[in-house]
Design a binder for this molecule. Structure first.
Ligand code: ADP
Ligand code: MG
Length: 418
């Protein structure tokens, strides 16, 4: 019973850094932070496992090699050095004997790690698990073997062989499960990011035709004016006026292209204060081409006098709103009006996107935001899911009103940036 209690405690200690993995993953773009996020929990796990050894059939044994192996494998060389140093320092503070000898004994495992760590991340899941189990077993076996042979106690290795094998099996099992859990979480987050990215590229693709179409108009105007310049005997005033129109048309084409290109930009995920009114105008500009192409008007209503910032990643926020706005445009098959509104109230910004398109039934509304739900021939059914995910991450609330044949209204409510 005592053994089981200690064992559960140890498993809990080892699993706690795994539970932190979603936060660790978020730090992956910042190398230093990422390493710290791995080094600190795993070094704490080393310290705690060393403080609570378990006794298996009279053998005192601790699980230090598990956080040491896993932290090293996923963190790389710097994290590994930190973890090895933690282990040695803590052992020193525990007043354990033969410090120098222990350093020498553990050195081969570290050397082995230095040798193969670079190829670890490219291995398949089953290989990762196998390598982690082998590495963890080696840390224990090699360190013990060298240490005991130097202290002349090698026969201890064969003392209660069955209990020793049990500890190796148990350790291998915990390592295997831990690596599996980390990898599964890692894949899940990567897949989510991939969906966001591919949905963004879908928007870019869907809007390409309308952008090309929209740029054709200023080009046609320019062509006309160039012809005018060449043929007519223009006086100075007219020449200046035509030139002004030409520049305006060029500016327009330029801004359409710039807005469009900013859609496809890779975003580094920076959380910042976002000016809500400015974003509404950006949204209107980007959607304008697509709306024109689909014979739809856009009306923007903002309370400009109240400057208001919300917190989030600007490009993700744009992606979320463009998804919703694009759906609204696509819901208005026979033309219509898309209204973009912001209302500032009670320290919150209300972003309202309403259309007078096809609307949705209660059943359809229930399925909105669930993966792969689409009523469009070329739809992915992922746009709303991605948008909702982004909005919720920004602590936004979403309410939707919709009526079949009447239209739909999306209300997004965001708290003020602090
Ligand atoms: P997709 O646009 O690829 O179909 P979404 O997740 O963006 O995927 O949207 C899912 C479905 O929700 C759409 O196919 C459409 O039926 C419905 N929908 C979303 N927004 C609206 C809207 N404003 N009006 C009517 N239906 C909508
Ligand atoms: Mg969509």
């Amino acid at each position: 019973m005592e053994y089981l209690k200690d064992l559960l405690l140890n498993i809990f200690i080892i699993c706690s850094p795994l539970a932190l993995y979603p936060y660790i993953y978020k730090a992956k773009n910042n190398t230093l932070l990422y390493r710290l996020c791995l080094a600190i929990p795993f070094s704490l796990a080393i310290i705690t496992t060393m403080s609570f050894p378990i006794s298996i059939n009279g053998l005192i044994y601790d699980f230090r090699s598990i956080p040491l192996a896993i932290g090293s494998l996923f963190g790389g060389i710097q994290v590994s050095i930190f973890l090895y140093a933690t282990l040695l320092l803590y052992r020193y503070f525990q007043d354990s004997p033969n410090d120098l000898l222990y350093v020498l004994s553990i050195l081969p495992s570290f050397a082995f790690f230095v040798f193969f760590h670079k190829s670890y991340s490219s291995l398949s899941l089953s290989r990762k698990i196998t390598v982690a189990i082998i590495y963890c077993t080696l840390i224990k076996m090699v360190t013990f073997g060298i240490y005991l042979s130097f202290t002349g106690l090698l026969e201890l290795l064969m003392y209660k062989p069955w209990a020793t094998v049990q500890t190796y099996v148990l350790q291998g099992f915990i390592v295997g499960v831990s690596v599996y859990v980390i990898e599964m979480q890692h894949r899940f987050f990567m897949m989510q990011e991939e969906i966001v990215r591919s949905e963004k590229m879908k928007i870019v693709g869907d809007m390409a035709a309308s952008v090309a179409h929209e740029i054709r108009n200023p080009l046609t105007t320019l062509k006309g004016f160039i012809q005018l310049f060449a043929t007519a005997d223009l006086d100075k005033d007219k020449r200046i006026l035509y030139q002004k129109v030409c520049f305006e048309e060029l500016d327009r084409a330029e801004s359409i292209i710039a807005d469009y290109l900013s859609l496809a930009k890779p975003d580094p995920e920076i959380v910042e204060a976002i000016d809500i009114h400015q974003e509404m105008h950006y949204l209107a500009n980007v959607l304008m081409t697509y709306a024109n192409y689909n014979n739809i008007q856009i009306q923007v209503m903002t309370e400009e006098e109240q400057v208001f910032h919300i917190q989030g990643d600007r490009y993700k926020f744009r992606q979320a709103l463009i998804n919703i706005g694009k759906n609204a445009i696509e819901a208005m098959q026979n033309g219509g009006l898309l209204e973009l509104k912001t209302i500032i109230r009670d320290n919150h910004a209300w972003v309202i996107l309403s259309d007078n398109g096809s609307g949705m039934s209660t059943e359809q509304m229930k399925r909105l935001g669930t993966p792969y739900y689409s009523t469009k021939e070329k739809g992915t059914g992922l746009g709303t899911m991605v948008s909702f995910g982004i909005i919720k991450k920004m602590n936004g609330k979403i309410t939707i009103k919709s009526e079949l044949g009447e239209g739909t209204e999306f209300n997004l409510i965001f708290p003020k940036a602090n």
